[in-house]
Design a protein around this ligand. Structure first.
Ligand code: DGL
Length: 273
């Protein structure tokens, strides 16, 4: 159970979301689409990006600071939008805190299971997520009959940061990675990193037709909403909620992009964690 029963009068509190950077905005987008009246605080730990090449000890330390910051802002729950932080730190973060924390891996696996017909799935993720084995473990927990292969794709995050969402270079990098797959018979690919949905046009071209590309964002948003409804903690206002975007380093160049995604109700600030 991810929601604390003592949350019943916390409906006006914001939802806290964090990622190592701004890739988690792909998850925030799903949350806002499903719960437009909620207030959100999004923390992008851009000063420490990337998490995906760092050890689990270091990522857990960074993720703890992010969770503690959001809890200190009096959020009603925390969503870890970052796959790497979910993979390496979520169990420990939950063990140490009696506070509802959602991660992206369990909903990502559910999304893949809903689509795969051949029961063969490929997971694309950062080196740290692959090393943690969190995706194969979660697949075994949800459906042990599914065959899962993982590919670490460290070059995809910088390509997304560069904005090469639909670009020949991204297509060829992805083809190069695909050549490393041991079993090419998969029919479903999990985008196991927050940045990868941004690269969808290139990844679809590289993977070709007939392959489903999924990520956990929509399932995660549905899971959060169901939990909030069950504990009567959804914000009841019919007014659109606000979005506070907090970052650990300057993100001024991305402010117009963020406002085009989420509208003018976005406030920006810096925090030193
Ligand atoms: N947010 C990370 C993830 O979803 C990707 C970026 C990084 O390496 O920090 O795994």
């Amino acid at each position: 159970m991810l929601l604390d029963p003592s949350m019943s009068n916390t409906s006006t509190k914001p939802i806290g979301v964090f990622d190592s950077g701004l890739g988690g905005l792909t998850v925030l987008k799903e949350l806002v689409a499903l719960m437009p009246n909620e207030n959100f605080i999004y923390l992008g730990d851009v000063a420490r990006l990337p998490y995906g090449t760092k050890s689990s000890t270091v990522v857990t330390r960074y993720a703890s600071r992010c969770v503690d910051y959001l809890v200190g802002r009096d959020v009603k729950l925390v969503v870890i939008a970052c796959n790497t932080a979910t993979a390496t730190a979520l169990p420990e973060l939950r063990r140490e805190r009696a506070f509802p924390i959602h991660g992206v891996i369990e909903p990502g696996v559910s999304a893949a299971l809903a689509h795969t017909r051949k029961k063969k799935v490929l997971v694309l993720a950062t080196p740290s997520t692959v090393k943690s084995d969190a995706y194969p473990k979660e697949f075994r927990r949800q459906d042990p009959s599914v065959s899962v292969e993982q590919l670490a794709c460290p070059l995809l995050v910088p390509l997304a940061e560069e904005g090469w969402f639909d670009h020949e270079v991204t297509v060829s990098v992805m083809r190069e990675y695909m050549a490393r797959a041991r079993d090419p018979e998969f029919d479903t690919v999990v985008l196991g990193c927050t940045h990868y949905p941004l690269l969808l046009p290139s990844l679809s071209r590289a993977l070709g037709p007939g392959i489903r590309l999924v990520h956990g964002g929509a399932n995660l948003a549905a899971q959060v909403k169901i939990g909030l409804q069950a504990s009567h903690s959804l914000r009841s206002s019919s007014q659109p909620g606000s979005i506070d975007l907090v970052a650990t380093d300057v993100i001024s160049s991305t402010v117009p992009l963020v406002q085009s995604l989420f509208g003018p109700h976005c406030n920006f600030s810096l925090v030193d964690l």
